[in-house]
Design a protein around this ligand. Structure first.
Ligand code: SF4
Length: 496
């Protein structure tokens, strides 16, 4: 059932999407624990990764039950639905649609038949070789469109669910399927008797393993371990498969690792209280702000964030520059994604639905406004205008990531290449377009240094155009990537 009310969103301007996360996944194996409630809380902690649909699958050792619907975790589940999800194994999913539309039939976990038993699957990431996978399914299966595909599921996750329908154990199927997949995947999956987790060889999206007193947890972010009382054990390694069953936890390196973690998780996507590769996301963002101040200093009276995503970097900028930090705008967190669009007469209110300036803080001040990224530029243009109307003497925009010039094919929905403001304009032109007195982006080197990770272990493709997993030619051509990089190969490294 589609819900017409508040799908809350990070977006500040009606119709102007910021970068959208691909999904959050969770899994738990814990005999004697209320696994559906643990998964519910885990998904709550991962709500920022996807707000379109939510679902949980459980097994009691002999039967899998799935409950999923469109909406936020708190809208989809209540006491009665969680009570019905019995068992000691569970997986969960919060979805933002990157492949396939935002409809019930594409919600996860998916459910598929196997030669023996059933598989339920939750996926964070985006695969780039879906046509190749569909061809394999058509060659192997008769009829090819059964299970999720026959029910109208149009996602890459449905293709993987179909591929897992093979002989042998689910572990055998994963061993066979993982090497076929190209792109980003963090899976939590289950059959009737065991919990599984798997991560792509690049480890593009995060996935961590946690320990409960009576079981194990896997989740997209450490924040989801914290909320259900699990202690952090380690990251699921790129290319690794984990199986948890009555005999305990088993691990296997199925595909050779070639780490390329998404740098944008540090910039914006992950929760600030999450740790990735041992590094606090909040500290990374604050350091990006400090570096931004070193690279782009300016005489000003006050540093303010674009709430909430710019806050840690703005604090870092203020620390390094010795300019006071303040809150210059208040954000209404309760405006939904699907609220009624303003009529023409009140359209100019635009961003006021989400943000309101604090005039007494802003008036007469030379402001530094810190944000995490610029995609199309419409939000920052509206913010600059709003601050000027509230009496700001000067508005200097500082961005804690480099210009976004390339689309993401690994699970983050930015915009098409043509829509990205930095794709066609230089820095001065962007500053003029935003109406800002000055504009400064952090350098790629500065951003990478703030993550404490070596450059070769990170994906930076949306900034650099160096895609770590080769894109099918028709995809690259459709986005103008081949044309733009005719003198250079589109992939920095081959993925085969
Ligand atoms: S292209 Fe950008 S957003 Fe996508 S995985 Fe790479 S760094 Fe992350």
């Amino acid at each position: 059932m589609a819900r017409g009310d508040g799908k809350l969103s990070h977006d500040l301007l009606p119709g102007e999407k910021g970068p959208q996360d691909a999904c959050g996944v969770f899994g738990v194996f814990a005999p004697g624990e209320d696994v559906s409630k643990l998964t519910y809380y885990g998904l709550y902690a991962l709500q920022h990764r996807g707000q379109e649909s939510a679902g949980i699958a459980t097994s009691d050792g002999s039967q899998i039950m799935v409950y999923k619907d469109m909406g936020l975790v708190s809208q989809v589940f209540d006491e009665a639905s969680l009570e019905a999800l019995q068992g000691h194994i569970a997986i969960g999913h919060t979805r933002y649609a990157t492949t396939g539309g935002s409809v019930w039939s594409n919600a996860q976990p998916t459910l598929g038949p196997r030669h023996e038993g059933t598989v339920a699957l939750a996926h964070n990431g985006n695969l780039v070789n879906t046509e190749e996978l569909l061809t394999i399914i058509e060659q192997r299966h008769e009829p090819p469109r059964s299970g999720e595909l026959a029910r109208g599921n149009t996602t890459d996750t449905a293709l993987v669910t179909a591929l897992l329908n093979s002989e042998g154990s689910l572990a055998d199927s994963l061993r066979e399927v993982m090497p076929l997949l190209r792109g980003a995947y963090c899976f939590t999956l289950m059959d009737e008797t065991a919990l599984y987790a798997a991560r792509d060889p690049q480890g593009i999206r995060p996935l961590v393993l946690g320990r409960l007193e009576r079981g194990w947890v896997v989740a997209s972010e450490t924040a989801a371990l914290d909320i259900c009382g699990a202690s952090f054990v380690r990251e699921v390694a790129p290319g690794e498969m984990i199986v948890v069953d009555e005999q305990g936890l088993h691990s296997e390196q199925v595909v050779e690792p070639r780490p390329k973690g998404c740098v944008f998780e540090y910039v914006y996507l992950a929760r600030p209280d999450t740790r990735i590769a041992g590094r606090s996301v909040n500290e990374s963002r604050a350091e990006m702000g400090r570096q931004l101040a070193r690279e782009h200093p300016v005489e000003a009276d006050l540093v303010i964030p674009t709430p909430e995503s710019g806050t840690p970097a703005a604090i870092g900028y203020a620390q390094e520059s010795d300019i006071p930090y303040g809150q210059g705008m208040v954000k209404n967190a309760y405006v939904g994604r699907t609220f009624i669009q303003p009529s023409q007469t009140i359209r100019q209110l635009g961003i006021r639905l989400k943000l309101n300036p604090l005039r007494e803080v802003i008036a007469g001040k030379r402001l530094v406004v810190v944000d995490d990224s610029i995609v199309r530029g419409n939000t920052q243009r509206a913010v600059v205008r709003m601050l000027r109307e509230a009496g700001a003497a000067e508005v200097h925009v500082r961005i804690s990531s480099p210009p976004v010039r390339w689309p993401c094919f690994y699970g983050i929905d930015f915009a098409s290449r043509a829509e990205l403001i930095a794709n066609g304009l230089g820095i001065e032109e962007i500053a003029r377009s935003l109406g800002a007195d000055s504009l400064g982006y952090i350098s790629e080197e500065g951003m990478i240094a703030a993550t404490n990770q070596p450059e070769e272990a990170l994906c930076t493709a949306c900034f650099s155009g160096k895609y770590p997993v080769t894109l099918p030619e028709h995809v690259a051509r459709a986005q103008g990537i081949l044309q733009a990089r005719e003198s250079e190969p589109i992939a920095a490294e081959k993925d085969a």
